[in-house]
Design a protein around this ligand. Structure first.
Ligand code: DGL
Length: 261
């Protein structure tokens, strides 16, 4: 599994729950995050380096937990490796399509993901109209642990109001919000509280984990514990401390890796 940093551990958490017998290797490109404000070319270069590193580690299946890398660089990643690759965008869109009664949704994501239009395209293929809303302040708020802080509350409310207002300006009636960024599952309770009543929240971390579990039916019924190895491109101490919050369990050791400049 690969992410720009710690956020993808929300996807790993879901994977461990669904495929308890599998071995996971997770790489967080913490030295080069955030990806969410970078260009397509840069994200593609970083992401393909990380993908090749994971295949060198023996990965047989690659999960791109980072929404920004999935949105901007999935084709480049697939071209760079020979193993199957799954990003988070298509499973998240499919989950929205499966549940939206109005066939209209709002996608909250990083600026780069929104600019790529990847979620809107994936939703459109499934007959769902998506309004994408960039929420750049949410990642630092989550990393600061301000998931229910008055400031987070106010920022989230402003983003939601903007998104629903823009949607209604376009004649839309969205009944579903897609969490299109690795960090947003930690804000799910807050977003659920602040969103209009009866809005369904789709977590792309859950959707991709479900899809991977379907690809590994034998392991998903196993009872053995998962073996997880962690690599980070910057401070391993910071990865452990922050990562444990995203993963919801302890991270005994992290190895430092240099993926390039
Ligand atoms: N992992 C990124 C994503 O899901 C969020 C953090 C970043 O911008 O690097 O889009």
């Amino acid at each position: 599994m690969f992410d720009s940093g710690f956020g993808g551990l929300t996807v790993l958490r879901e994977l461990i729950a669904r495929i308890p017998g599998a071995n996971f290797v997770y790489t967080g490109d913490t030295a080069r995050l955030p990806y969410g404000a970078k260009s397509r070319a840069t994200v593609a270069r970083y992401a393909t380096e990380a993908a090749s590193f994971l295949v060198d580690q023996g990965a047989e299946f690659l999960v791109i937990a980072c929404n920004t890398a999935s949105a901007l660089a999935l084709d480049e990643i697939c071209d760079a490796v020979t193993v199957p690759v799954l990003g988070v965008v298509e499973p998240g869109a499919a989950e929205a399509a499966a549940h939206s009664a109005t066939r209209e949704c709002i996608v909250l994501a990083t600026s780069a993901t929104v600019e790529s239009g990847a979620y809107a395209k994936a939703c459109e293929k499934l007959g769902v109209r998506a309004l994408e809303k960039a929420c750049p302040l949410l990642v630092p708020l989550v990393e600061e642990s301000w998931t229910d802080h008055p400031v987070a509350r106010q920022v989230a409310q402003i983003y939601l109001d903007d998104a629903f207002h823009a949607a209604s300006g376009q004649g839309m009636n969205p009944d579903t919000i897609v969490l299109g960024c690795t960090h947003y599952p930690l804000l799910r309770p807050l977003l659920a509280e602040l969103a209009p009543p009866n809005t369904r929240i789709v977590d792309s971390a859950e959707s991709v984990a479900q899809r991977v579990a379907e690809a590994f039916p034998a392991t998903s019924t196993g009872t053995a514990g998962s073996d997880c190895s962690f690599f980070a491109t910057d401070s391993v101490a910071k990865f452990r401390t922050l990562g444990e919050r995203f993963l919801g369990r302890s991270i005994p050791s992290v190895q430092l890796v240099d993926l390039g400049g």
